[in-house]
Design a protein around this ligand. Structure first.
Ligand code: NAD
Ligand code: MG
Length: 389
């Protein structure tokens, strides 16, 4: 029995994870579930999965959570705040953490699991973007196991030899990171400034939370994934190539020295990478239908357009730096996306806010988490000031 903590269980990845877990009651037991503020959704999950702990990160909702858990009779104990998240991430009874909180709020709870040598199934790409070197050093130092949930990184992982030391040693020449291009791949560029949050969140192939949906529409998501891949696979920046593939059937590829290109394919459903990482190195049912190649019919590929997607260019610039530029970029992006979702700025202003914040905030080289968090906080203040002006 694997004991599992799902951080961010009420979100899109969290719900898909629980859907896979409930198909395999003999293999997986839920130890803890966490949500930010959606008490009712969390209690409903506790009634179904009976975890030992339920954590609400918004501490003002603790009394409400406690009352609703006791009324439900599910027996889960209520905890709150960052302390609660960290407690269920590093608890000695836990084997596996599913890191599915959105944004920088995922950093500390995920690092707590890494530093306790757990198996980490990582969806929260923002933690690798913010603190890539510190994160990967901690994985090594604490003998943690890092498995990617992001579909592209999971695909790359599946296309690599099972135990490899370095990409070079494994004969890897290139990582081909695929991108759908999102809802605005062929939308008129001059009209992008008028698109609404709902249009940006209407992804053609994937159903996801609103923040990552906007990131996909701006292609900042691919930029974050570029940085994620750099750290996760210890890749050279020039070894990673972004390939637009509108059908989202190939989830990424690895090119080898002998001319072989390996691809992982499947229907666009996060339950496949989740089931892969949960069962690794075995395979289990995920509930995802097998790929029907006749209905897919064709696979297209295009080069990315950096004029249309300036956020991708910004992220690829940050990826080249060993400094905290990526953390500054990530923080500014979180503020800008939130402002766009609240109709405070236009879609096209997301890139402007991010770029101007990147040029205004100092980004020294550091692996000190407290320092990184302070830089993140400063970038948020600057990004907000750019928005109110
Ligand atoms: P979501 O918005 O659907 O869910 C986010 C979860 O995090 C919820 O449970 C929410 O309660 C919790 N949360 C939000 N703010 C929090 C805070 N400040 N503190 C603690 N918890 C908080 O998001 P999602 O789409 O499931 O994405 C989660 C993560 O997975 C993101 O990092 C995203 O980039 C990554 N990811 C998602 C997908 C996808 O298909 N949805 C694919 C790849 C990677
Ligand atoms: Mg992805």
């Amino acid at each position: 029995m694997q004991q599992i903590t799902v951080l961010g269980s009420t979100g899109s990845i969290g719900c898909s994870t629980l859907d896979v877990i409930k198909r395999h009651e003999q293999r997986y037991q839920v130890f803890a579930l966490t949500a930010h503020s959606s008490v009712d959704a969390l209690v409903k999950q506790c009634v179904e999965f009976k975890p030992q702990y339920a954590v609400i990160s918004d501490g003002t909702r603790l009394d409400e959570l406690q009352a609703k858990l006791s009324a439900s009779g599910c027996g889960s104990q209520a905890l709150a705040g960052l302390d609660g998240l960290v407690f269920v991430s590093r608890h000695e009874d836990v084997d596996t953490i599913v890191s599915a909180i959105v944004g920088s709020a995922g950093l500390f709870p995920t690092m707590a699991a890494v530093k306790s040598g757990k198996k980490i199934l990582l969806a929260n790409k923002e933690s690798l973007v913010m603190a890539g070197k510190a994160f990967m050093d901690a994985v090594k130092d604490h003998n943690a196991t890092l498995l990617p949930l992001d579909s592209e990184h999971n695909a790359i992982f599946q296309c690599l030899p099972q135990s490899y030391q370095t990409l070079h040693g494994a004969g890897v020449e290139k990582i081909l990171l695929t991108a759908s291009g999102g809802p605005f791949r062929s939308y008129p560029v001059d009209e992008l400034k008028f698109v609404t949050p709902d249009q940006a969140c209407a992804h053609p192939n994937w159903s996801m939370g609103r923040k990552i949906s906007v990131d996909s529409a701006s292609m900042m998501n691919k930029g974050l994934e570029f940085i994620e891949a750099r750290w996760m696979f210890d890749a050279q920046v020039d070894q990673i190539q972004v390939v637009i593939h509108p059908q989202s059937v190939i989830h990424s590829m690895v090119q080898y020295a002998d001319g072989s290109t390996l691809a992982q394919m499947g229907n666009p459903d996060m339950r496949t990478p989740i089931a892969h990482a949960l069962a690794w190195p075995q395979r289990v049912q995920s509930g995802v239908k097998p790929l029907d190649l006749f209905s897919v019919a064709r696979l297209d590929f295009e080069e990315p357009d950096f004029e249309r997607f300036p956020c991708l260019r910004l992220a690829m610039t940050a990826a080249r730096e060993d400094s905290t530029l990526a953390a500054v970029m990530n923080a500014a992006n979180e503020i800008a996306v939130d402002a766009f979702l609240n109709n405070a700025i236009r879609f096209t202003e997301i890139a402007t806010v991010v770029e101007n914040t990147m040029s205004k905030v100092a980004s020294p080289v550091t692996t000190d988490l407290e320092e990184i968090v302070a830089i993140d906080a400063e970038a948020r203040v600057v990004a907000k000031s750019l928005i109110t002006r």
